[in-house]
Design a protein around this ligand. Structure first.
Ligand code: FE2
Length: 266
């Protein structure tokens, strides 16, 4: 009983701490941001109480539309439907193979799945469990394709938790690449006109890469952004609009980064 109480206290303290971390992060959302995109692992262990804390913090701190996908952490306790329901009730748009238009921007989202990249992509061959594993990745890719096919907006954003390309995983130990995502998720992205793709999960990966049709892919996992941009808000800002579709504006200093990007293009 004492242990249980201690565990409860520890969990409560951990959650309180998590809540205060959220407050700090959300207070750093750059002014003028129109839509917030979250790429999964919204909870630590997928517990409803963690989702409630996040929902409360988001409601208190964020007054712009939020679109998100779940991550593997959100599935850990087998309560992902409850987690999704709590976050949805708080007004967060959770995409799981669906498409949604928000402020004229089209969003398609799916969690994705591991499986490896390129020639190293796991094939559905041999044991049933291996085939099931691969079929889960294929199923996620089909869900993504189905969502992408519904988008009709000029600007289209895909959000995933797992990475669709190896380039944004590089930096992780080579041994874990197959667990960071799979090329199977890239295939549908190459078939539709996209503005940008966002994902999380690869904490030690690389910030940016490109899918086959040259659309940028941004790894926005929080530890990576914290490490790469110390002292800056842990967000990537994308300007999407007429004549400016998908210009990356990094950090808070929009004007300075715009100037830098113009110079880079010249
Ligand atoms: Fe993850």
């Amino acid at each position: 009983m004492l242990n249980l109480t201690n565990r409860r206290q520890q969990r409560k303290q951990r959650n309180e701490c998590r809540g205060s971390v959220f407050s700090v992060i959300f207070s750093e959302i750059p002014a003028g941001t129109d839509i917030l995109v979250l790429c999964g692992d919204l909870t630590d262990t997928g517990l409803p109480e963690e989702a409630r804390i996040l929902a409360k913090e988001l409601k208190a701190a964020v007054n712009i539309p939020i679109v998100a996908v779940l991550g593997n952490h959100d599935f850990h306790s087998g309560k992902q439907r409850e987690v999704e329901s709590i976050l949805s009730e708080a007004g967060i748009v959770i995409l799981n193979g669906e498409a949604r238009e928000i402020k004229g921007i089209g969003f398609a989202g799916v969690k994705g799945f591991p499986g490896g990249y390129g020639r190293g992509t796991l094939a559905p061959w041999g044991e049933d469990l291996v085939k099931q594993f691969v079929h889960e990745a294929i199923e996620e890719a089909l869900k993504l394709e189905s969502a992408l096919a519904k988008l009709r907006t000029p600007s289209r954003i895909a959000l995933l938790h797992y990475s669709p390309i190896q380039a944004t995983v590089e930096g992780e130990p080579l041994e874990v690449y197959p667990f960071m995502g799979t090329s199977r998720l890239e295939e549908p992205l190459n078939r539709y006109p996209m503005t940008a793709v966002f994902h999380g999960h690869a904490h030690h990966g690389s910030l940016e890469g490109r899918i086959g049709n040259n659309v940028p892919v941004y790894n926005v996992s929080l530890p990576l952004l914290r490490a790469k941009f110390p002292g800056q808000a842990p967000f990537r800002l994308l300007d999407i609009g007429p004549g400016n579709n998908g210009l990356l504006v990094q950090g808070l200093d929009k004007e300075m980064n715009r100037k830098q990007q113009r110079e880079q293009r010249v």
